[in-house]
Structures are given as C-alpha cells and as structure tokens.
Design a protein around this ligand. Sequence first.
Ligand code: IPD
Length: 264
Amino acid sequence: MDYQSITEKVCKVAREAGSYLKSEQEKLREEQVVQKHSHDYVSYVDKASERLVVSRLKTILPDSGFLTEEGTAVHEGEPYWWVIDPLDGTTNYIHGYHGYAVSIALRNEHEILSGVVYDVCLDECFYSWKGGGSWLNGKRLHVNSHHDITQALLGIELPYDAANYQPTIHHLISHFYGLCGGFRMNGSAALGICNVASGRYDGWLERGIGQWDHAAASLVLLEAGGVITRFDGSPDYINYGDIIASNGTIHQELVEAVKEYRLK
Ligand code: IPD
C-alpha cells in the first residue's frame, strides 16, 4: 500500500471538509446545537462533515472500515480502518471561535499508518505517513529539543467530563503553574498534539479523550520525533484516552507528574 499517495489524497479530503466547516460556521444557529453528554456538543455540521469525509475515503480505499466520532460508518473486522473526527474543537466552533480541525487517520490492528489534521482557521495541514516524516503545508516538522521543564510551554486540555476529571485538572494546574514556562488550552486535542509535533509546545496532556481525537495527530507527532504514551508511560496509547504527548526530553517528568492519577 502506498501510504504517501493515500495521505496526499486524504489531505484534499480534509481541506474539502474544512471548507465546508468554514462556510457553515456563520450560518449555524444555537438551536441547531445539541448536547451529547454534559458540555459535549454536536450539530448537523459535524454530521455532514463526517458523511462527506466517509464518502470520499470510501473511494480511496473501498474495502476499509470506519471508526468515527458521530457514528456514520462502522468497522466490521476490516484489516484497515479510518479513524475520523470530522470537527475536532466543536465547542470552539459553535462559539464562532478559532481552533478547530478535521482529523483523519488510517490504522490497522497495531498502528497508525497515515494521519492528517487540518486546522481550518489557520489553513495549516499537518500530515504524515508511516516512515515518511511529518509535514505542515509542505514543510518538514520536528519536535523541539527543549529539556528544561521550567521553560516548557505545555498544552493541558479540559475534558468535558468534569465530574470525573476535575481532580486531575486541579492537580495538573497546581503542579505546573509556576513550575513550567506556561500552559495553554486549545479546545482541540488534535491541534494540541500537532503543536508538540511542530515544536510550538514541549508537551501536552489530556484524560478521557476519544481515539478520533488523537489518532491522526499521534502519527504526526511520532514521525516528527516526539513521544506519545498513556498516563502510565506505556506506548500502547492507540486504544486509550489518557494521553501524554511530548518532545521526548520532558516526557518522563510529565509521566511522573500524573502518577497518582493513572487509575482514577
Ligand atoms: C474535543 C476536543 C477537546 C477535548 C475534548 C474532545 P470534539 O473533541 O478535542 O479539546 O478537550 O475531550 O472531546 O468533541 O470537539 O470533537
């Protein structure tokens, strides 16, 4: 399978879906947004974007399955399947705020083979294929080599499920505030991880996210020389949702910082 050629086609799909998202943002009305769970929103736009992406991907690899955030298509044992978030950063989007993306990964049982994350507002397409490096609009990406946590810029996201994750967030903020150089919240897990891949962030953490939030970005990060693990530091992150992404040099410090929150 030619992963590079597949990835190039997927970039076009992500850009097409991104144009659709952009064109709908001003039309979207409040009453068209519903809550899936507490503070976890969806609208017709997420669903239409997903249908568009699925239909295009079916022409690229007709025999592949799908794991998608909005459940438009299914994975029924196919050896290859797409993992799709048709609008990562929905809360930003519905507020007319920037920082949302289309995220598309191709995976098999063991690994991610191709990953594309398109930041619609910045027109930045992050992409990567296994063994092919990481790229942003044609420019090769590398993580940074910062090793001093006191200078680090970290991304820390707030999961929707506050009831479960509040203690972790309180811990992370009190642990890192004043210790690291600064931290940011993106509202898009995929873009947060890509910020590590491009060297803008040194590290990034979130608990309880979906596979569609991190699958594509994880390959972009790995191929840029970064590290992604579960909260306990183990590398089998793909099917899990408590995620630490970093430039590698500060990874162990991040793992240590969340030690007591691994199983909670
Ligand atoms: C969400 C975003 C957000 C993260 C949430 C995700 P969605 O994805 O990635 O940054 O904090 O946990 O669910 O719902 O906008 O696709």
